[in-house]
Design a protein around this ligand. Structure first.
Ligand code: DX5
Ligand code: ZN
Length: 237
């Protein structure tokens, strides 16, 4: 059974108080002008950043790692929600925490038993996140639900931005919401757009990760604000 939620780690409490929150996914941004990119997002009022770390093994793409997380930490005070799409995540938990990760999300598919890694993240002081891919059933994360602060439901196969939203994620969100109440933050990642974000929050998504629907547009601030408005609108009625 899932333990009653005592208190969220401080890093996630702020995000939780503001839900539904749009989290820009830093994968398709201009890495040559990172300071300006982050300043634009902060000016747009975003409440946190989703950092997509990919190792070229767990996913068929390689993005960035520790040096960049350290750079993001230097550039902003916003919560850094680090999505570790990597093999053997346990070997890196402490280093990503030292680099500045406020929360770390690992994939249930990355280990036979992911619970020891979740325990390591808890001990590091970071918020504890567990992700599952579209083909992975909820039963796979059941044994770990009492250990996490957030569940990241993937609506695309991890590895790339700009993919098409897989609605199987909405069924998982609704089932998790019904099961967990608000003891765990629900995060959704992949293919979220203005056209579907209302459905996502209606299904229970509280943290909405958005990449191309922000970074693929000329005006990040306008896109982020519009998406946030749509998310909050749907959540309210
Ligand atoms: C995919 C990443 C997602 C992705 C989101 O592996 O985890 O965060 O970058 O990008 P869009 O919103 O374009 O699907
Ligand atoms: Zn992600």
């Amino acid at each position: 059974s899932v333990l009653p939620r005592m208190a969220f780690p401080s890093q996630l409490a702020r995000l939780r108080a503001a839900v539904p929150v749009v989290l820009p996914s830093l994968l398709m941004c201009d890495f040559g002008r990172l300071g300006e990119e982050i300043a634009r997002l902060e000016a747009a009022g975003v409440q946190g950043l989703h950092l997509d770390v990919m190792d070229g093994h767990f996913v068929p793409n390689l993005s960035y790692g520790l040096p960049l997380v350290e750079t993001f930490r230097r550039l902003t005070k916003l919560p850094l929600d680090v999505h570790l799409m990597i093999d053997n995540p346990g070997a890196y938990v402490d280093r990503y925490r030292s680099a500045g990760a406020d929360s770390m999300t690992v994939h249930v598919e990355a280990a036979d038993d992911i619970r020891p890694v979740l325990e390591q993240i808890r001990r590091s002081g970071a918020g504890v996140g567990l992700a599952l891919n579209p083909p992975t059933p909820l039963s796979a994360i059941e044994p770990a639900l009492g250990m996490v602060d957030l569940v990241l439901v993937m609506s695309v196969m991890p590895g790339f931005g700009g993919q098409t939203f897989d609605p199987v994620a909405l069924e998982k969100l609704s089932a998790l919401r019904a099961k967990l109440g608000d003891r765990v933050l629900l995060e959704l990642d992949g293919g979220i757009k203005a056209s579907n974000i209302g459905q996502c929050t209606a299904a229970g998504a509280q943290l909405l990760v958005v990449g191309s629907a922000i970074f693929g547009t000329p005006d990040y601030a306008a896109s982020a604000k519009n998406l946030t408005h749509l998310a909050q609108n749907k959540a309210s009625n």
